[in-house]
Design a protein around this ligand. Structure first.
Ligand code: ZN
Length: 164
């Protein structure tokens, strides 16, 4: 993805109040490997259930605030992130809900989905088994996963921005 700066990130948030956006902590942007990201996602260290996700939609950054469910899934079962579709141990996937943009969100209307708990789908899709076990070139596999991830992230935020 194209790099984002602090003001782009703060002005991208579509589903939070101005106060929430001002209080939002940012990750270390200079440490981000932008070329290996489909979206930028991070958890809030001061409010651990809170998370943030920003991606580009054409030339416009779109960001959302998410809240993780405090409930944990039964250990031992596996769960799948709806964005990167990677099956993982249940503890590494969390149910997140995002308020809808605008009045609907202020009225308590949310959209929920299972996402990698650390909001780092871009890292996990780049982990691939040894090349000998693969039917395709590893770079091709990552490119396909990245394309799927980006399109699912875009439809998730499109759903949040949809006005009823
Ligand atoms: Zn994921």
């Amino acid at each position: 993805m194209k790099p984002l700066n602090e003001s782009e990130i703060r002005s991208s948030i579509v589903n939070a109040s101005q106060g929430e956006v001002l209080r939002m902590p940012l990750p270390g942007l200079h440490e981000v490997l932008w070329g290996e990201r489909e979206y930028l996602g991070w958890r809030d260290h001061k409010a651990p259930l809170r998370g943030y996700l920003v991606h580009w939609l054409d030339d416009r950054p779109v960001g959302i605030v998410l809240r993780a469910s405090g409930a944990t899934m039964r250990p031992g079962i596996s769960a799948m992130c709806s964005l990167c579709r990677t099956p993982q141990p249940a503890g590494q996937v969390a149910l997140f809900s995002a308020p809808r943009a605008g009045q609907a969100g202020r009225d308590g209307n949310t959209v929920g989905t299972y996402i990698c708990a650390d909001l780092a789908c871009s890292l996990i899709i780049r982990i691939i088994p040894p090349a000998s076990a693969l039917p395709l070139d590893p770079a091709e596999i990552v490119a396909r996963r990245a394309e799927g991830l980006l399109s699912r992230v875009q439809s998730f935020t499109a759903d949040i921005m949809k006005t009823a």
